[in-house]
Design a protein around this ligand. Structure first.
Ligand SMILES: *Cc1c(COP(=O)(O)O)cnc(C)c1O
Length: 428
């Protein structure tokens, strides 16, 4: 299936039924799996044979869907997690522990920023946040001898900055560490970071991949390209025996293509248990089957709305990387020439009050913290997700009091523009 184009992989990747088997991926709604002998099961526990014994570690439904996502991203292995938060936590914690350090872009999703800056710091992992537009020298200066990874988002949520993947990959590799990228907003339909040198890709599948606001989930994909052996001293977890798994050395037993995901499953999923339910994996797969059809429509609607807002006298700024005069247009054209995403952010000449009035008058766009849904949704961060912050704190977070984030769904674009137009009429 990996020889086929991405549209075909979206529809049919990951699962190929045999003669007389279900056409759709079956939901293996079972916590456990039965064996004839203890010896048979023992081999699974020793990772000597592959198979299923307990859904916290692996479940066939999840594995089919993970295999599809691995194909879409051009990776060698993938796993599903219960959420995007779990995916980013596992991706970092799989190779960084107490006393280690990670370089991350500063314009990442707020939840990921908290995870890194607050919770993982408590675990003894230090983070240096760099401006995604920093110079090579500034990026170089962020590295330390104990740096274990570099992290960024292809299109940042909600800042809508586009990361220069090659710049970050070059710096990471020069320091012998992998580049991990959260590709939630672009999706593999619009950008495949592995083709640009990224080593590990993560997703909040809650967003476009599911696409229907139905199931929270996450995924991690390994490119299989990062040479753990070449930097064995930095990554002992992959290159020395794991005492908690009968002395297995992951990079030896599973090769570069399988080591990262196998270790992540065998250790982190075993111990933390953030498994995606097979029901949710099934729903996620329904979303994936139309991802390649939906993404162009999200982008078409996003661009139409961004262009309309850009020309409106009551609007002070519009941020959308698909707009020709956007700061990130050139990077977007390079890394995602087919389109960016459906999320647009903008501000009002009338300031915070105008934003609040606008929100009250929307009819089609619903007020939600969610993004990347089939239904258009809208958020005024200063009065919702960021309402504890004063204007100075908002400015530090890159959010102005008048900023509104609109996630364009799959509706008719003229209906979306008409809704925005009538809400703008109420604004002073
Ligand atoms: C939503 C989101 C996350 C967190 O994912 P959840 O599924 O909500 O846990 C991580 N990264 C990005 C870019 C997101 O948009």
């Amino acid at each position: 299936m990996s020889d086929y184009r991405i549209e075909t992989q979206c529809v049919q990747g990951g699962y190929t039924p045999g003669n007389g088997e279900p056409r759709q991926i079956p939901i293996y709604q079972s916590t456990t799996f039965k064996y004839a002998t203890s010896e048979d099961m023992g081999k699974l526990f020793d990772l000597e044979a592959s198979g299923y014994f307990y859904t916290r570690l692996q479940n066939p439904t999840n594995d089919y869907v993970a295999a599809k996502i691995a194909q879409l991203e051009g990776g060698t292995a993938a796993m599903l997690t219960s959420s995007g938060q779990a995916a980013n936590f596992y991706a970092i914690f799989n190779i960084a522990g107490c006393g280690d350090h990670v370089v991350a872009s500063s314009t990442i999703y707020g939840g990921t920023y908290n995870l890194f800056h607050v919770t993982m710091r408590k675990m003894g992992i230090d983070f240096t946040f760099v401006d995604p537009d920093c110079s090579r020298e500034e990026l170089e200066a962020a590295f330390r001898p104990n740096t274990k990874a570099v992290f960024g988002e292809t299109i940042a949520n909600p800042a809508l900055t586009v990361l220069d993947i090659e710049k970050f990959a070059r710096a990471a590799h020069a320091h012998g560490v992998p580049l991990i990228m959260d590709n939630t907003f672009a999706t593999p339909v619009n950008c495949r970071p592995i083709e640009w040198g990224c080593d590990i890709v993560t997703h909040s599948t809650t967003k476009y991949m599911d696409g229907h606001g139905a199931a929270v989930g996450g995924a991690i994909v390994d490119s299989g390209r990062f040479d753990w052996w070449a930097h064995a001293d930095k990554f002992p977890g992959l290159t020395t025996p794991d005492d908690s798994y009968h002395g297995i050395t992951y990079a030896e037993k599973f090769g570069l293509g399988g080591a990262f995901i196998t270790k992540c499953t065998a250790q982190l999923m075993r111990d933390f248990g953030s498994i995606q339910s097979p029901q949710n994996a099934f729903l996620l797969n329904l979303g994936l089957e139309s991802l390649h059809v939906r993404m162009p429509r999200h982008c078409e609607n996003g661009l139409a709305v961004a262009r309309y807002l850009k020309g409106h006298p009551k609007i002070s700024f519009v941020t959308y990387p698909g707009l020709e005069d956007d700061r990130y247009y050139a990077l977007a054209q390079k890394y995602m020439p087919g389109g960016t995403c459906g999320v647009v952010s903008f501000g009002f000449r009338g300031g915070r009050a105008a934003a609040e009035t606008f929100m009250k008058h929307l009819k089609l766009a619903a007020i939600e913290t969610h993004v990347a849904d089939a239904r258009t949704c809208c958020l005024h961060p200063a009065s919702a997700t960021h309402r504890q912050m004063n204007d100075a704190e908002l400015a530090a977070a890159g959010i102005t009091p008048d900023l509104v984030r609109l996630s364009c769904g799959l509706e008719n674009k003229q209906d979306l523009i008409d809704d925005i137009a009538q809400a703008l009429e109420a604004v002073d």
